[in-house]
Design a protein around this ligand. Sequence first.
Ligand code: TUI
Length: 317
Amino acid sequence: MSFEICELLGIKYPIFQGAMAWIADADLAGAVSEAGGLGIIAGGNAPKDVVKAEIDKIRTLTDKPFAVNIMLLSPFAADIIDLVIEEKVPIITTGAGNPSPYMERFKEAGIKVVPVVPSVALAKRMEKIGADAVIAEGMEAGGHIGKLTSMPLVPQVVDAVNIPVIGAGGVGDGRGMAAMFMLGAKGVQVGTRFLVAKETNIHENYKQKVLKARDIDAVATCQIFGHPVRALKNKLTAEFDKAEKEEMRKEVPDTERFDKLGQGALKAAVDGDIAYGSVMAGQIAGMINKEETVEEIILDLMADTKRVVNERAQIWA
Ligand code: TUI
């Protein structure tokens, strides 16, 4: 099998690991890259020295390509941009914003750039200014989300651009991965399944909550005010819903309230507070039922995709 995205990035399998803030560290990303996928260190809201330590560490764990994700809402985004250029990181992905102002610097530094896009308009803009590929992320995904689901988003982005499209949001097994390929994606990004990987350094409470989640538990909050986020239902998501109902009734809603409520909440969950922390996870959390190594996850995704594609092809032949 030969995959265009693998040739472009120098990886073996067309699987990106989601850049989960405070979660996707050098241990997880290094294991993913070593296993043949694209491991991605999440810049998240972390300062430059913390991200630099992860870059230093991943270089001791693998000599295969890896990426750093720049979360553009981060107060440290400008520092992380300087860092990836100084460190000659081979690939970057961006999320939660439009990276246009920085594209020229990335390209000058010879960095491959793969922005996350929630819409056709941003995908087209990214192609025009030199993105190497885009990740079309549907709102089935965990964390900060756009407005469209993967099924309509991915094929519309595929039709709109000539660069490779990576499908994200809702991919948990070979069926989801095969579906993304059917929609025209050249690869997938998977976050939630890696949450419970053996190499993932999060509190056991977080992993157990993902393992126990049902299909309807990964809910979207802040779809009216603030930044929309998908996380597993708990006291915090209930607080968000209550706050949104209250602010909706006001003539001048206090929108800053939502960012305050969310501040530090993901880190709190990663450290074990699964009641008031933000236990970000995608809608496929309900089908994640076992802890596996990163290598097992990647090899299973590949084998399961191949099986599903061949099985379905026979029905249609
Ligand atoms: O970024 C993500 N997922 C994230 S970031 C994050 S940290 C955070 N926590 C709370 C509030 C906000 C952030 C947790 N999960 N995924 C990629 C993604 N990018 N989803 C949506 C977007 C996006 C949205 C708008 C990308 C570009 C965009 O452009 C807007 C514009 O200006 O054109």
